[in-house]
Design a protein around this ligand. Structure first.
Ligand SMILES: O=C(O)CNC(=O)[C@H](CS)NC(=O)CCC(=O)C(=O)O
Length: 276
């Protein structure tokens, strides 16, 4: 399956982000993509709760979801919307950080709400409190498609190997890690974590990421690490982006998964143990 990972630099203007994302998807389809992937919070990157309250919508009203479903249907492609920030109607007012797999008829084939919230002080001056704005999900999601079984995850989930173990045991051959990594932790951890998840699972890892400096006008400025990446089941980095928007290409095959797992069957060598 010829797959295109879009590295984007979304702003806090959903309409603008949709226009850019749709244009990039159209261009990828013109070059033969059958599966296109977008980063975490494709619809809105913002550090301002006020701005998010003003522009985010519930799933049923979200223009990005509607627009991209329509585009997937018109072009007959598979589309991973890495995530959308959405209102939920929850009593505590928190948003969902929700990933969608869209099928070639424009149907929502799977949804996944990010489980692990990024509540981390990454440097003396930089702190994230994702759980203040977002309500975590509680369910892991694997979805079968005609070209591969996909395991869904988002960004900070990458640091919790037990999630990927569960996804791989449930049949995942491709692990999706749409992200908006912080530059500090990205430089230190992004690449080895992605390679580790691929190697230990014998699975493809596809990580479409946000990059660059996002919209400083309507709130605190945010910068993300970029470096979108496609890692093969044996652990080779097949494509890596820089720090600006671009498209990465990778041809997914089930054979590469089978081969890696035959060579090192660690996935089926799990053992129960007592302690520690
Ligand atoms: O808030 C939004 O707009 C969307 N969500 C994010 O950007 C999230 C929470 S702040 N970012 C991460 O999970 C980065 C993880 C990371 O950098 C690490 O694990 O080191």
């Amino acid at each position: 399956m010829r797959s295109a990972l879009l590295q984007l630099s979304s702003t806090d203007d959903p309409a603008e982000n949709l226009a850019i994302t749709a244009a990039r998807i159209e261009a990828a389809v013109a070059e033969g993509a059958g599966f296109v992937l977008t980063p975490e919070v494709t619809n809105c990157v913002s550090a301002s709760r006020t701005r998010q309250q003003a522009v985010l919508q519930q799933e049923k009203d979200d223009i990005t979801l509607a627009g991209l479903r329509d585009l997937a249907a018109r072009r007959g492609i598979w589309l991973s919307i890495g995530s959308l920030a959405l209102k939920t109607g929850a009593a505590d007012g928190r948003f969902a950080n929700r990933s969608f797999l869209i099928g070639p008829a424009g149907d929502i084939v799977a949804r996944y709400d990010k489980i692990h919230m990024f509540d981390v002080q990454v440097s003396e001056t930089e702190t994230y409190r994702e759980s203040a704005g977002f309500r975590p999900g509680t369910a892991a999601v694997v979805v079968e498609t005609p070209f591969a079984t996909l395991g869904l995850s988002i960004c900070y989930d990458l640091r919790f190997p037990q999630l990927y173990r569960a996804l791989a045991h449930a049949g995942a051959e491709v692990l999706l890690v749409p992200s908006a990594f912080s530059p500090v932790t990205g430089a230190a951890h992004w690449q080895p974590l992605l390679r580790a998840r691929a190697i230990e699972s014998g699975a493809w890892v596809l990580a479409a990421a946000q990059c660059g400096t996002h919209d400083a006008v309507r709130g605190k400025q945010r910068t993300t690490y970029g470096h979108s990446m496609a890692v093969a089941p044996w652990g080779e980095i097949l494509a890596e982006a820089g720090e600006a928007p671009e498209v990465l290409w990778v041809d997914l095959s089930r054979e590469a998964v089978d081969k890696a797992r035959e060579r090192v069957p660690s996935l089926t060598d799990d053992r129960d143990f007592t302690g520690p």
